[in-house]
Design a binder for this molecule. Structure first.
Ligand code: ZN
Length: 419
């Protein structure tokens, strides 16, 4: 069923109202904190959301001591047997840019000219900043005031889920099966699913944490961490001929063998890379830390083989040198798990198309809560929120993105209720 004009108008107004309110709550996460959630503001935001969920008729609403919020919406009458689905968004915002005292601004009827910011006269948002901005001419666009990020990542996801709940309450003709809503802390610091209660979640979930309108993310990197230790021999440099094994210097030569084009700064889209981000040492010992990333598992395996063969040739070239390699699998490409639940993919595509949008499949050059949940046995594709230029002072979202994502949620729930 197509969403009526009246409901579309409700979704737009309701999502804007919620979004403008949510972004003002300071929920920046803090990597240095060892508590969960890492910051107090996330508790405050979670409390507000849990109260609003109760007002909207969700039952068994829990706001646990780790800051996770869970709520359950019983199915429409007659659809109790439908497969339950979960909707997830994260409470925190990135540390990359300040998220304190966000003052969102709605720029009505964006005309394509530069957008200027009241709190930062040097900053401007131009068409060249984002490839989609030209498509949003004529729409209303929300930005920050230039001194903070906006926080569409992921307050937009939270607003869209809450607005869908509000629509289910107001318009009983919107059919759905059992729905679970979950808001989790600390996604931006990689701890989003660390203390999640798997048993409170359905077997299929969707995160609303993507970007461009129409996007559906089914793939993320296959990710490895690599630690390499070089053990050499220190000798007084004046008397070192044929004796010294300079671990630090050898390490530099070793890493110069990595193909330069396979680095983060030379790759995009579906290309993988090596990324050396730490090298410390002296003559006796040097230690390096890298990550390797690719969408194709075999490509990462080749990269690990490359290190093994380098180790062999370097130990031969420098007798006495010892190189230790340690690889840790950090997370898997979630497509491996999603392909086993094809319906979760097909219905998401159908829900986006039903909202009158082109389905844009996108591969995440990183990981998400969804990739971790997928590997925990809960296939979790990632749906767009409409926000752009995340983790930046230029972050923005067209209000249409808020409405369309809420529409997709309603479509998805109806499709699952009948499949
Ligand atoms: Zn996010």
């Amino acid at each position: 069923m197509a969403i009526s004009k009246e409901i579309q108008a409700f979704l737009l107004d309701d999502a804007i109202e919620r979004f403008m309110r949510y972004v003002k709550i300071w929920t920046t996460s803090d990597e240095k904190s060892s508590s969960t959630p890492s910051t107090e503001g996330q508790l405050e935001f979670g409390k507000i959301l849990s109260e609003e969920l109760q007002e909207l008729g969700l039952i068994d609403v829990v706001h646990d001591k780790n800051g996770y919020v869970y709520g359950h919406l019983p199915a429409s009458k007659g659809f109790e047997e439908a497969k339950p689905i979960g909707l997830i968004a994260h409470l925190d915002t990135s540390e990359a840019v300040s998220g304190k005292n966000v003052k969102p601004v709605i720029h009505e009827n964006y005309d394509g000219n530069d957008i200027h910011y009241s709190e930062n006269s040097e900053l401007k948002l131009s068409l060249s900043d984002s490839k989609v901005l030209k498509d949003y001419i004529g729409l209303d666009i929300i930005t920050s005031s230039g001194d903070t990020l906006l926080g569409a990542d992921d307050k937009a996801g939270a607003a869209e889920i809450m607005t869908a709940c509000a629509a289910w309450k107001k318009y009983p003709e919107l059919i759905h099966g059992p729905i679970t809503v979950c808001f989790n802390p600390d996604e931006e610091i990689g701890r989003g699913t660390k203390k999640i209660k798997k048993k409170l979640l359905p077997k299929i979930c969707y995160t609303l944490d993507g970007s461009e309108i129409g996007q559906l993310e089914l793939e993320c990197f296959d990710a490895w961490g690599v630690d390499i230790k070089f053990k050499g021999l220190s000798v007084h440099p004046g008397y070192a001929k044929d004796l010294m094994i300079n671990a630090l210097h050898i390490a530099c030569r070793f890493f110069s063998e990595i193909p330069e084009k396979e680095s983060p700064e030379h790759t995009e889209e579906r290309e993988g890379y090596y990324h050396l981000y730490k090298l410390v040492g002296e003559e006796e010992e040097a230690k390096a830390t890298l990550i390797i990333r690719d969408f194709i598992v075999e490509n990462n395996e080749k990269r690990m083989e490359f290190f093994k063969s380098l180790k062999e040739s370097y130990e031969k070239k420098y007798p006495g040198l010892k190189i230790e390699l340690a690889f840790q699998h950090q997370y898997q490409n979630m497509i491996i798990f999603l392909e086993k639940e094809q319906k979760a993919i097909d219905l998401a595509k159908a829900a986006i198309a039903q909202a009158g949008l082109e389905v844009k499949l996108h591969s995440i050059r990183g990981g998400t809560d969804g990739s971790k949940l997928s590997s925990m046995g809960i296939p979790t594709p990632n749906i767009f929120t409409g926000g752009e230029l995340f983790h930046s002072r230029k972050e923005f979202i067209p209000t249409l993105g808020l409405q369309k994502a809420a529409e997709v949620i309603l479509n998805l729930a109806e499709l699952w209720s009948k499949n």
